[in-house]
Design a protein. Structure first.
Length: 241
């Protein structure tokens, strides 16, 4: 597989720095910061190297003083936002609250930059900020008493919870913004359909009628799931010799 199509060999973090021609007027950090701002404003669909250059009053070709291509820049951008994830110290708050804090912080960052959800997995997460998050997550799970593969499984479970909720939350936010309606209004629009099919799906219809607002309260649902995950990890630890 050629390096440009190999997500590992092509990672910006595994290649030596590119030589700079001439005397660049900007730093790579400034380019990455401008890219994050543009992505926050326009989303991934509205992002291009040309638009980035225009946003900082630079020539489009000058972007390539700092990065080899758009894909490399996006890899840098993903790591940049992971720098916003704050991780509590398990020695101060205990492993459970530290783990919950990581998941909450990760979800918050993903919602702040929801365009990043489509970029995860394109490259290995081995930038300095990603490595910091991984290192401290491993430390708190190890402090809890997990070891070996269990640490990886528990970390994946926690992070998947944050990513899953952030994905659905971002979709709901887009839908309400595009429709110009509240989440409750969108749900209420489904009422005639639910009543029409109630005889075919009686359990769903009865639950829907009894819980009219539960579908528009993502924070409560997120916290319920997070607490049950942590309960499960604690139960696993308690069963061990």
């Amino acid at each position: 597989m050629a390096p440009e199509t190999d997500p590992v060999a092509g990672s910006v973090w595994l290649r030596p720095g590119r030589p700079r021609r001439g005397r660049p007027q900007l730093s790579r950090e400034e380019i990455v910061g401008a890219a994050v701002a543009l992505l926050d404003a326009e989303g991934i669909e509205g992002f291009s190297m040309r638009r980035l250059a225009a946003s900082i009053s630079a020539g489009a070709t000058s972007m390539y003083f700092y990065v080899a291509n758009k894909d490399e820049l996006l890899e840098l951008v993903v790591d940049e936002i992971l720098g916003e994830v704050e991780i509590p110290d398990p020695d101060q708050v205990g492993w459970r609250e530290a783990a919950a804090g990581v998941v909450r912080a990760f979800r918050t960052v993903l919602l702040r930059h929801s365009w990043v959800l489509g970029l995860f997995g394109n490259h290995p997460a081995i930038g300095p900020n990603a490595m910091r998050v991984s290192d401290r997550t491993i430390a708190l799970l190890t402090a809890a008493g997990l070891s070996g593969a269990e640490v990886g499984w528990a970390s994946n479970l926690l992070m998947s919870h944050a990513i899953g909720y952030a994905t659905s939350d971002a979709a709901l936010e887009r839908a309400t913004r595009d429709a110009g309606k509240s989440p409750a209004d969108l749900v209420e629009q489904l009422r005639p359909f639910v009543e029409r099919v109630a005889d075919d799906y009686p359990s769903y219809a009865a639950w829907w009628r009894q819980n009219p607002t539960i579908r528009v309260e993502p924070d409560e649902s997120f916290e319920f799931g997070l607490e049950r995950i942590l309960d499960g990890l604690q139960a696993w630890l308690d069963r061990r010799p």
